[in-house]
Write a protein that binds this ligand. Structure first.
Ligand code: ATP
Length: 202
């Protein structure tokens, strides 16, 4: 069990994957809430069956996988459907996150979650590392990466916690606006040293 769980968060396109990749290169275990959110609705899972029973069999594709696009449109259009889905999935995701962080073997581990604050995951972590960027940078990098329209990216941005709120819970911040990708690597190396030093104090 790790002595320290670092919660890593930031808005869409802020650079979470870029930063977590560097931690992984240093051998740090990364538990990704987005991956876990997919695992809980894997083929034949009880949650996937519950979704099909509630919304209809067409929410399962012919290959047995969840039809994510259809479900996304459904919950985007209807708040009560979104609440129903969150009520089903959030406890499952949370308990999996708890067991994965408890099983992590290194001195510290990283729990990366875009919605760390919004989904009340702060009690699961000891410290928070925020990847902070200006909204203009988020829009520009996300559109470049995903080929999304400005409207689509803005809608996702609007559904996430604002920058100031994230910063109020941060113990460490990486400002990813004007740094190069090589500089991020150096920042991660120094944070790794800091976190290892902290594990020796707990
Ligand atoms: P999401 O929330 O959408 O999963 P993310 O927070 O994981 O996004 P990344 O995928 O790491 O963000 O970064 C978004 C894009 O910006 C990527 O294409 C990445 O290569 C690029 N990027 C990240 N940091 C920098 C930087 N400092 N300079 C230039 N490009 C960057």
């Amino acid at each position: 069990m790790s002595k320290l769980v670092i919660g890593l968060t930031g808005g869409i396109g802020s650079g979470k994957s870029t930063v977590t990749n560097h931690f992984q290169e240093l051998g740090i275990e990364v538990i990704d809430a987005d991956i876990i959110a997919r695992e809980v609705v894997a083929i034949d899972s009880p949650a996937l069956k519950a979704i099909a029973e509630h919304f209809g069999d067409n929410y399962i594709q012919v290959d047995g996988q969840l039809n994510r696009g259809l479900l996304r449109s459904k919950i985007f259009a209807n708040e009560s459907d979104k609440l129903w889905l969150n009520k089903l999935l959030h406890p499952l995701i949370r308990s999996r996150l708890i067991s994965k962080t408890a099983a992590a073997k290194g001195a510290y581990c990283i729990l990366v979650a875009p919605l760390l604050i919004e989904n009340n995951l702060l009690p699961l972590v000891n410290r928070v590392l925020v990847i902070d960027v200006r909204e203009a940078t988020q829009l520009e990098r996300t559109m470049l990466r995903d080929n999304n329209s400005l409207k689509e990216v803005k809608a996702i941005l609007a559904s996430q916690t604002n920058r100031d709120k994230r910063l109020t819970v941060a113990n460490d911040v990486i400002n990813n606006d004007k740094v190069t990708l090589a500089e991020i690597k150096r920042i991660v190396v120094s944070l790794d040293k800091k976190y290892l030093a902290l594990t020796k104090m707990v």
